[in-house]
Ligand binder design. Sequence first.
Ligand SMILES: [Fe+2]
Length: 406
Amino acid sequence: MEAIPPPPPRILIVDDDESVRDVISVLLREEGYHCAVASGADMALELAQHEDTPLVISDMKMPGKDGLWLLEAMREQHPDTAVIMLTGYGDTEAAVDCLRRGAVDYLLKPPKLTDLIRSIERALAKRRVELARKRYQKKLERKVRDRTTELRSALKDVSTTYQNTLLALVTALDAREHETSDHSQRVVEYTTAIAHIMAIKGPELDEIGRGALLHDIGKIGVPDAVLLKPGKLTPEEWVEMRKHPDIGFSMIAPIPFLSIPSQIVLSHQERFDGRGYPRGLAREEIHIGARIFSVADTLDAMTSDRPYRKGTTFANAIEEIHRCSGTQFDPQVVKAFLDIGEAGLVKIKEDMVARKKAAAAAKLNAANGGGTNNGEGGAAGGGSTTPPAGSGGIAASAAAPADVTH
Ligand SMILES: [Fe+2]
């Protein structure tokens, strides 16, 4: 089957002189081109609006809007249309100006047919190349966009996997030290809530959350006899215990992704007044993430049950943290913490318990092959650790917050 030849390209001839328009269009039609004519710039633009116009041949001097105006309008509204200008003798300067403004060629009036045909063919060939280049560029851009989306998705997967791995590690560590395995995750929630009030957001908030999650990772190097000892530690045991920020720091500092969190891990036991450990840093020397964490960790430690004592109420813990503002804790952080308020803090804990219950129920449901579940089953090892109101606990022993975290 013979291929159907493409239709001849449409050429729009613009000249205020009717005879010029007629001569050129007749000559070009004889050469096989499809021609349209316009008597002025406005009419030419109007015609180009409604039909694909690969090429415009325009007179330079026209009453009203001239050829230069049309050239600029075409470049702006139809950048894929090639424009050849027709100029009179003595107009060389204007002709050069046309080329500078994007005309593909200029011819002196009246143009010789051979010159005209050569110029038209050159303009159309140039346009074809330009269109092919644009198509290729678009294709390339689409490819880059697709690849970027794929890469972003892969990076997100890696980041999620990383986060889940850290979570598993921290959960195992929590389970070793605490009765429930939610301590670190709760501390992350309190920490990020305080940081949020302090207008910390974006990557910085993520880094601080990660630091809070990993704060006690160094306890992996603390012997069970020290870590799990109920009651007070001896001075020698304290020496062992106080190594955990350094151990944690040296574990994760070499991982570029955890560079900032490692600073929080290293300084999470420092105190605002410089009486913390391991370096005795004070005030702004302590990473802001660690200063925030310190309040969050104390709140969770005071309000959580331990094998040897009951947790105290949120009201007691808040009061105690307030009392230690400026000594153990950064007053700015305490202010943000107080802004959340008792109800807000209790809600953070309750929401987390609810989320864990829902996740466990969904897991159980999936393991049972679907079906309904009342949401009560499967909260293994979890469950609320909210202390009963007025349970007293450490408040009765007048323990300072510093005594409840290590
Ligand atoms: Fe610690």
